[in-house]
Design a protein around this ligand. Structure first.
Ligand code: C2O
Ligand code: CU
Ligand code: CU
Length: 468
């Protein structure tokens, strides 16, 4: 593979097969192919009681982006049509899919203009909780609401009575439901700009029903652009059964207090098995610690007669088929995340810019998605085992995300790690974490901080996995 960035001409030549397929109307495809059509468009919705916020971006006219459910190892066709004036693209966070379906502008596809449709043929060897969001005009479109949950179902359900996805995110609104600045230079240069309205599935403290004494799978997804959630469930028996889409070999108890909270940074997910209270009307609250005081994100209310089930009745989640890296033979690389407020302003072509450079990987700020001739941070042979040392040289947290591959955290200089497969790891200030993976999925895979203001002001790059 040569070191080229996608231009309109190379895209038409190089991606000819995909382009031709994308132009076929859906009816010409195999009738049984499961899928969904998503129109990216403006929406209006009541995020604050009684006032309607206009100018949201969703794939439904007046509702949050839908929860997508697909199955392991099937081809799921997600047709995305852009109905906005601005360009867009869609990324399927955490899926180990074909590189051409990854949705990264200029790296894996061209930005989609108004009324253009891109056909994403999604596949996943892994079952679990994932999500989707744009990767072009990312800051604006995510802040305006375009973040949805994507579930890949296990072949056999472990035995839950209910499955409740909770999409956690903030919006930056004033008291009248009008938009505040979606980001600020001050925030971008520090920990990011926080929203003012905390929501779950675009609502404030929604209440969901589940059978009394039943077993509930709660799927938490932190789709905010900035906030690190500090989660705990005080009143119920609850276990963490998966993190970032991948099962824990040994589930652990869900924290019950803010002091022991589960930290979940932007982009991360957690699947919780919850044992509902026995009597009708009792509720379980999912809480987060927040500046000032802990607060409830959502409640689950027991309804009906007591089914008296026990967490021990759940079948364990089957492990996902992620290959184990060979640590003894692994190739070592180090990536340093830091503050480098110099260099040219990022050039993202048609995909928007914040107009600042603050952050860097290995002291080089990402020059922008549309700059040609920018090489990968590292190139791996297909099937090679890799150990990456991730070094945070800044006082801010960085949820570091790698596309298309799953990696295993090995050790940290600051804390105990659970070591389950992940696609996003939250690096604390001055933390150094070694992670390992097998480079088994060929292509150019974006690698960046998931605080979007950091990503868009330099903390981004990509790695290359050769296809032979
Ligand atoms: Cu969820 Cu490149 O992102
Ligand atoms: Cu991703
Ligand atoms: Cu960051």
């Amino acid at each position: 593979m040569t070191d080229f960035k996608l231009t309109r001409r190379t895209a038409l030549g190089g991606l000819g097969a995909t382009g031709a397929l994308a132009a076929l109307p859906l009816a010409h495809l195999h009738a049984a192919a499961p899928g969904i059509e998503l129109d990216v468009r403006h929406a209006s919705y009541s995020l604050l009681g009684g006032t309607t916020t206009r100018g949201l971006v969703s794939t439904l006219p007046d509702a949050p982006p839908p929860v997508i459910r697909m199955r392991r190892d099937e081809v799921f066709i997600a047709g995305v049509t852009n109905r906005l004036e601005d360009y867009t693209s869609m990324h399927w966070h955490g899926l180990r899919l074909n590189n051409a379906m990854d949705g990264v502008p200029y790296l894996t596809q061209l930005p989609m203009g108004r009324d253009e449709r891109y056909e994403y043929r999604l596949t996943s060897p892994d079952a679990g909780t994932f999500w989707y969001h744009p990767h072009c005009m990312t800051m604006d479109q995510m802040a305006l609401g375009l973040t949805g949950i994507l579930i890949v179902e296990e072949d056999d359900d472990p035995g839950f009575d209910a499955d409740i996805p909770l999409n956690l995110r903030d919006f930056r609104l004033d008291g009248q439901g009008e938009w505040l600045d979606l980001w600020t230079a001050r925030g971008a240069a520090r920990g990011g700009t926080f929203g003012t309205v905390m929501t779950t599935n675009w609502q404030q403290e929604p209440v969901y029903d589940a059978p009394s004494g039943g077993l509930v799978r709660v799927r938490l997804a932190a789709t905010d652009t900035t906030r690190v959630y500090k989660l705990f469930v005080p009143e119920a028996g609850a276990r963490i059964i998966a993190l970032d889409g991948h099962p824990l070999a040994q589930p652990v108890d869900m924290p019950k207090t803010e002091e022991t909270a589960l930290y979940m940074g932007p982009g991360q997910r957690a699947d919780i098995a919850l044992s509902m209270p026995a009597s009708e009307g009792q509720t379980v609250k999912v809480m987060t610690d927040a500046p000032g005081q802990a607060r409830s994100l959502a409640s689950i209310r027991a309804v009906g007669s007591n089914s008296a089930r026990d967490l021990a009745e759940l079948r364990p989640l089957p492990a996902n088929p992620v290959p184990e890296p060979d640590l003894a033979a692994a190739r070592q690389e180090e990536f340093v995340f830091g503050w480098t407020p110099e260099g040219d302003l990022p050039n993202n072509g048609l995909c928007g810019t914040l107009g600042y450079t603050f952050w860097s990987i290995n002291r080089k700020p990402w020059p922008g998605d549309a700059v040609e001739g920018v090489g990968p941070l590292a190139t791996f042979k297909l099937g090679e085992s890799v150990v990456l040392r991730l070094r945070n040289e800044s006082p801010n947290d960085h949820p570091i995300h790698l596309h298309g591959l799953a990696f295993r955290p090995l050790r940290s200089n600051k804390r105990q790690l659970l070591g389950t497969w992940t696609d996003t790891i939250l690096l604390q200030r001055d933390e150094i974490v070694d992670v390992a993976f097998v480079a088994d999925n060929p292509g150019d895979w974006a690698f960046h901080c998931h605080v979007i203001e950091h990503q868009k002001t330099g903390l981004a790059g990509f790695v290359r996995v050769l296809d032979s």
